[in-house]
Design a protein around this ligand. Structure first.
Ligand code: IPE
Ligand code: IPE
Ligand code: MG
Length: 253
């Protein structure tokens, strides 16, 4: 049994979420409201990433996962996509030393084959340089889609175990979970989406099964330590039942 799976067992949960996953939304609207080009919102959004990493590090969060570019974001105007890629490269080049100083291990998940060779190289380099850090694992989801993740895990599983085609009854959840791009992390305890929309937009669809979902109207460039604190306060008030009754939970204490 996988002790980290919310459906195969009951995870041990604490006052502070171990894993926080964020959809950083609202950059474009933040900029439009100020008569700035949408891309200015993305540039400001990088500062909010730094604040989130610092605040989560201070609070003892072990895993912070940020959705930076979805598998559907290629549908945006070419100019915006190009700016986002450039920003990604620039940030990777600039921030790695700071991440090491903060004890942050960096991982990038998603279909990286779509990125140009330079960006793929930078990603590998940044991951290797920070691999020994252990205070906080920061995952950036780039060209990521939850459906892509489940598909690539299933393909990898069938390649490794062709006999499953004859014996599908041998297939279990763990076989898929351990091949997902973020198999190294527990499932998120707290999901945050900024920008006011209340949807998952193809983020970690498998892993969010029992995650607490928090939505705020705050645009991502305005999101900081105080807003994270608000989300954590809200999280502490949730009763995480994982299918049981409230009475059962109280009996257990
Ligand atoms: C999130 O902000 C950043 C990315 C998707 C890259 P948006 O760019 O989606 O901002 P809005 O939702 O249009 O305001
Ligand atoms: C989700 O935001 C993806 C990221 C934040 C990277 P979107 O702005 O792309 O989501 P939709 O299109 O409003 O659902
Ligand atoms: Mg958006």
């Amino acid at each position: 049994m996988n002790p980290l799976s919310s459906t195969c067992s009951i995870p041990v949960t604490g006052e502070t979420p171990r894993h926080v996953a964020i959809i950083m939304d609202g950059n474009g609207r933040w900029a439009t409201q100020r008569c700035l080009p949408r891309t200015a919102g993305h540039v400001r959004g990088v500062q909010a990433v730094r604040r989130a990493v610092e605040a989560c590090g201070r609070r003892g969060v072990e895993y912070l996962t940020l959705f930076a570019f979805s598998s559907e974001n290629w549908r945006r105007p070419a100019q915006e996509v190009t700016l986002l890629m450039r920003l990604f490269v620039r940030t990777l080049e600039k921030e790695v030393d700071k991440l090491i100083a903060q004890g942050v291990r960096l991982r990038i998940v998603g279909d990286l084959s779509a990125f140009d060779a330079k960006l793929q190289g930078l990603i590998r380099e940044a991951e290797a340089k920070t691999a020994e850090q252990s205070a906080l694992t920061l995952t950036i989801a780039a060209n990521y889609g939850g459906r892509w993740d489940i598909l690539q895990a299933t393909r990898a599983l069938l390649e490794a175990h062709p006999e499953l085609q004859q014996h599908p009854e041998l297939l279990d959840e763990a076989a898929i979970s351990e091949r997902l791009a973020m198999a190294y992390a527990p499932e998120p305890d707290l999901f945050i989406r900024t920008g006011g929309e209340q949807r998952i937009s193809n983020f970690l669809i498998w892993q969010l099964a029992y995650t607490e979902l928090y939505f705020t109207n705050c645009y991502w460039p305005d999101f900081g330590a105080n807003e994270i604190e608000q989300a954590f306060i809200w999280y502490r008030q949730r009763e995480r039942r994982f299918g049981r009754t409230s009475e059962q939970l109280h009996e257990a204490h």
